[in-house]
Design a protein around this ligand. Structure first.
Ligand SMILES: [Zn+2]
Length: 212
């Protein structure tokens, strides 16, 4: 049988590449050396490698009984819903980009256990959300990300990458984002409402909660 590498083996290989302080060298020939990387290299160093953990840290909502989907919806959450149908909610997220969303199934699932019918519908929705986000004048590309490290309830992200700002391309976008000035609430909401209305046109359902 093929041996699949263990966490210990992976971690040991990384640890073997560190220096006396447990630090990896900054890979200046890789991302940190690209012009899209937000930080200058002078003084930049990588944090010492931490020991391998005994287990994955717990996530919010790992037990469905504790997940927000089983609690009564808060007015704050309801007010941020840009589009919804019987099975999904597209929720506007406050970030320093033209627009940011998470897509959530109403039922408690993560990506790895999403039933096929919802998975099929999610694929169609991801295409439509991406097209709607990319139709915004201030957006150059819609970045899509599923991390799932903090919350167990599926919530893929859709990030509107600002148009004509080449430095903000690619995976460092979120490192730039932390350092950008806030986007005025009315600007974010107008962009999110545009996307919500596009989805209503294609799929029905309900549009931006704040325009209801
Ligand atoms: Zn849930």
């Amino acid at each position: 049988m093929t041996h699949l590498e263990t966490p210990e083996e992976f971690h040991a290989r990384v640890a073997a590449a560190t220096d006396d302080e447990g630090r990896l060298a900054v890979a200046i020939e890789e991302m940190p050396g690209w012009f899209i990387y937000p930080y200058e290299l002078d003084g930049l160093r990588i944090k010492p490698l931490e020991p391998l953990e005994d287990a994955e840290p717990p996530r919010q909502g790992e037990d469905p009984a504790d997940c927000s989907c089983r609690q009564e919806e808060t007015p704050e959450h309801a007010a941020r819903i840009a589009w919804a149908n019987e099975r999904w909610q597209l929720v506007e997220v406050e970030m320093k980009l033209p627009v940011t969303f998470v897509l959530r199934p109403r039922a408690h699932h993560d990506l790895a256990d999403l039933p096929d019918d919802l998975a099929s519908e999610m694929g169609v929705l991801m295409v439509a959300i991406t097209a709607a986000v990319e139709s915004l004048p201030s957006v150059g590309r819609c970045h899509v990300g599923r991390y799932g490290d903090g919350g167990a309830h599926l919530h893929p992200f859709f990030f509107g990458r600002p148009a004509r700002m080449s430095q903000l391309r690619g995976s460092p976008l979120l490192d730039w984002e932390e350092n950008l000035p806030p986007v005025p609430e009315e600007v974010r909401r107008a962009n999110a409402a545009h996307v919500g209305r596009r989805l209503v046109e294609r799929f029905g359902g309900t549009g931006p909660a704040w325009e209801a």
